[in-house]
Unconditional design. Structure first.
Length: 341
């Protein structure tokens, strides 16, 4: 579902200083980020942990002003080795030319573009981790025959309130047409907002039928809650937090079946949804009890899809939809194909 590669060192080169006010608003350009952005990210390797050699994944999160959080995943990163269960939570800060994060008897020393040195609580060296850059195998997925192209970087005729900057769709648009049952592919990028917390950190969402929100948020490195990325907002957290770091392109592939109503307006069947975040199923044929959050009330009429405007600079690209009331989704549309960069 995912692929990984060694981090391209050229991508990690950012300016050493950045405007604090710009950072607090969020940046979409790595060149406008701070030095902490080059440290934030994912790392994998093998360490001696509890007396055994163990593969682990490490996620490091920039929290502003030289502060960092982190999480260690036994087995590897989510979607690449981690099978669920407990994780170790870290915190840290800048130390000299690098960053140190620690917790649960582990300590990691990081410098931009270099291997991470791992030590135990006594300072004994226990291994190295390599910086990694992952991308979803659904990135750039081509629409199958019969698909409705909602946004291809140019044409916005299938959208209203559409604003496009440098070929990317901005928040606040919605589909011109309404859809009942569909398969939706979309790619999105959250801004880098190290000072922001919780729902103020790269917030947007896909409001299906303007009723049910699949949350968009910078939830990288967090333990997922019911209002984090890929959650059905305030209804159910994702089964796995598949969030990539901010400024990484991510994918949602959503298979949605609308609720059914009889002639008297009584609901006879609940809506159902499957969500793949970066190619990994995180909501599996979930039955929806009702509309979510501030969504419109449930009803028999189809409604448009809304790309929520929550005031954060989330951007979108490559959005297409299979209207299953018109064209049944082929099995291949839901199975990622390995793609090479």
């Amino acid at each position: 579902m995912l692929t990984t590669s060694l981090w391209n060192l050229g991508l990690a080169l950012v300016v050493l200083t950045a405007d604090p006010d710009v950072l607090k608003q969020g940046v979409s350009d790595p060149a406008k980020a701070d030095a902490d952005f080059a440290i934030q990210g994912e790392y994998t390797g093998t360490i001696v942990w509890n007396g055994c050699y163990r593969p682990v994944g490490l996620q490091v999160v920039a929290l502003g002003e030289g502060k960092f959080g982190g999480r260690v995943y036994p087995g590897g990163l989510p979607g690449n080795g981690f099978q669920g269960g407990s994780t170790s939570v870290l915190d840290g800060h800048r130390h000299g030319n690098g960053v140190v994060v620690h917790g649960d008897g582990l300590q990691f020393q990081l410098q931009s573009g270099l291997a991470v040195t791992a030590t135990d609580s006594s300072g004994r060296h226990i291994g190295y981790l390599q910086p990694m850059h992952r991308y979803s195998l659904m990135t750039g997925a081509r629409p199958p025959a019969g698909a409705v192209i909602l946004f291809d970087g140019r044409d916005t005729s299938k959208l209203k309130n559409a604003k496009v900057t440098n070929g990317l769709l901005q928040i606040g648009a919605e589909t011109v047409d309404s859809y009942r049952d569909f398969y939706l592919h979309a790619e999105f990028k959250t801004p880098y907002m190290p000072h922001a917390k919780g729902q103020a950190r790269g917030n947007s969402g896909f409001y299906l039928q303007k009723r049910y929100e699949v949350q968009v948020l910078d939830s990288f490195g967090l333990e997922s809650q019911f209002n984090d990325a890929a959650a059905l907002y305030r209804f159910k957290a994702p089964d796995l937090n598949m969030s990539f770091p901010p400024l990484s392109w991510q994918t949602y592939d959503i298979d949605f079946t609308a609720a059914r109503f009889d002639d008297a307006g009584k609901r006879t069947q609940k809506a159902r949804i499957t969500v793949r975040h970066n190619g990994v199923v995180v909501q599996n044929n979930l039955e929806l009890e009702n509309k979510t959050g501030g969504g419109s009330q449930e009803g028999p009429n189809a409604l448009p899809i809304l790309f929520q405007n929550h005031g954060n600079a989330v951007e979108f690209r490559n959005i297409w939809l299979l209207d299953r009331s018109q064209t049944p989704a082929p099995a291949s549309c839901c199975t990622p194909v390995i793609r090479c960069r």
